[in-house]
Design a protein around this ligand. Structure first.
Ligand SMILES: [Zn+2]
Length: 521
């Protein structure tokens, strides 16, 4: 395997607990990570993109007990639902890792544990504290809201046992400096500030194991101490290097995509920032491994304005994908939810955006252009003509688009990237309205009509290429119809082969509501 080590990227999602079916919040995370990964892949840097599930949570054991099935079977069935969601959303992951089933996971956890122990960062002591099973972590009384876990709004249980502890306090200063200096970039203002505030306070060592009995024996035994299992979060975080073969024989992926990567990006939800911005880099530093470079922290999704967990309402993303296609849901989540902010989903807004921006905006642009080329140029790519100011302005806007998209993606603002593509969609639609090629054809101005149609097709080609990370299916359909050169090719303006017959095809997006229909209240 030959990998360019100077410019590789490693992109991951978090690994959700499988105690419930996947919901829209994880669909959002998959879409963000996939768009980033697809954009990186295009630039011909080496890329590795992994996702997966965390099977080791005590929550899984309890849910399986309630359902009356063995834990392993219960987690296998639920993990399959998460894998299916990725497939339905056109997620281009290179690997899907399950902490209880992937053969590389346990050796990686043991290797990380052993490395931390060798550094003198693990010690055993008895401990009593307040444990939230939902979060799988202990809480300090000051961190609770009216005695309840702020995430789950449930009172944590008092637990007293002897555990292994990790010397987190040792890593407070280097972590604080790295985050302040941007060597560990946290892309989410609130999450960054909260992490820095935590690191400026008195940082306690953390418990990184649990009594095996309390975990019902589910989990990985602590190396050399079978009475304890490794804390589920220590194991879950290890997945990021386990997926690259850490602790195994073959170090090629680890060298290329961890040690040698230009960027190591973890896409996570804001509720698990501390695990990724504090605990994980500390474990890595202890084990002598480099840190992630970027934490892309997305916000929480509300559903019709209500917090999903609070209202008890959830929304299954699969029926939406089945009805409207993966691109439609990807579009809404990537454009109408700001990447590092909280966002809201409602079927009403989803449908409105789908119809106005996808069916009318992009879909209409494509269908009118293809119909005009059919009529004015026998369905073939017309020759480029003498450029008039309208044409030059559209060309300049189209040629600027790849740079605008790259800048937005590099800033981890995917919503700005999608918005930039759709600015060009609108601009191209307006260009056709202004240059009126159907009128030119009627008046027999064939050469000018062809020049206009060629300019429109070239703009559509740029749009199709730049859409690929966000709307891969629409991008592919458009590029096939245009007879476009491969995505990896470095192409400029006038990249379409003159005289080539355009492919046939239907509507890119079917409107949900007939034109002019009023939404019923
Ligand atoms: Zn909790």
């Amino acid at each position: 395997m030959s990998i360019d080590r100077t410019g590789t990227s490693y992109v991951t999602t978090s690994i959700p607990y499988v105690n419930a079916s996947p919901h829209l919040g994880f669909a959002l995370e998959l879409c963000i990570a996939d768009a980033l990964a697809r954009h990186r892949r295009r630039r011909r840097r080496g890329l590795r993109f992994v996702t997966g599930t965390d099977d080791h949570s005590l929550k899984n054991v309890l849910a399986a007990e309630r359902a009356g099935v063995p834990t392993w079977r219960w987690v296998a069935e639920h993990a399959a639902a998460f894998e299916a969601l990725g497939a339905a959303l056109d997620v281009s992951a290179d690997d899907f890792l399950r902490t209880s089933a992937s053969p590389g996971h346990a050796p990686a956890v043991r290797a990380l544990w052993t490395a931390c122990a060798a550094r003198g960062d693990l010690y055993r002591r008895s401990y009593r504290g307040l444990y939230c099973v939902g979060c799988e972590r202990f809480y300090e009384p000051a961190e609770l809201a009216d005695g309840r876990c702020p995430e789950h709004e449930l009172a944590p249980e008092p637990v007293e046992e002897e555990n292994w502890f990790f010397r987190l306090s040792r890593y407070r200063e280097p972590l604080r400096a790295a985050i302040e200096e941007g060597r560990l970039r946290i892309v989410h203002e609130g999450a960054r500030e909260e992490t820095l505030a935590f690191l400026r306070g008195p940082v306690q060592d953390i418990s990184v194991s649990r009594a095996a009995a309390r975990a019902r024996g589910w989990g990985l035994a602590v190396p050399g101490d079978p009475s304890q299992v490794v804390w589920v979060w220590f194991g879950a975080l290890s997945y990021y290097v386990a997926a690259l073969g850490y602790g195994g024989q073959d170090r090629a992926l680890l060298e290329a995509f961890w040690h040698g990567a230009a960027e190591r990006v973890h896409v996570i939800g804001k509720g698990i920032t501390r695990f990724h911005a504090v605990f994980w880099p500390a474990f890595l530093a202890s084990a002598g491994l480099p840190w992630p470079t970027d934490l892309l922290v997305h916000g929480y999704l509300t559903l019709d304005g209500a917090k999903i967990s609070k209202s008890g309402r959830t929304l299954d993303p699969l029926p939406i994908v089945a009805r409207h296609g993966a691109d439609a849901l990807r579009y809404f989540l990537l454009r109408h939810v700001r990447t590092a902010r909280d966002g809201d989903f409602s079927l009403e807004r989803f449908t409105a955006a789908h119809d106005a921006e996808l069916a009318n905006g992009l879909g209409n642009l494509a269908s009118r252009l293809f119909a005009l080329v059919e009529r004015g140029s026998s369905g073939r790519v017309p020759p480029a003509g003498a450029e008039e100011p309208d044409d030059a302005a559209l060309r300049a806007a189209a040629q600027a688009l790849p740079g605008e998209v790259a800048t937005a993606v590099d800033g981890l603002a995917l919503d700005d990237a999608v918005r930039a593509v759709f600015v060009l969609v609108d601009r191209t639609n307006r260009y056709l309205n202004r240059t009126v090629p159907w009128d030119l054809l009627r008046r027999g101005r064939q050469r000018r009509a062809e020049a206009v149609l060629r300019t429109g097709l070239e703009a559509l080609h740029v749009i199709a290429r730049e859409l690929e990370p966000f709307l891969p299916a629409a991008s592919q359909a458009l590029r096939v119809r245009l007879g476009a050169p491969p995505l990896q090719a470095d192409v400029g303006w006038n990249a379409l082969p003159e005289g080539a017959l355009l492919g046939s095809g239907g509507q890119l997006f079917e409107r949900s509501r007939p034109e002019g229909a009023r939404s019923s209240g």
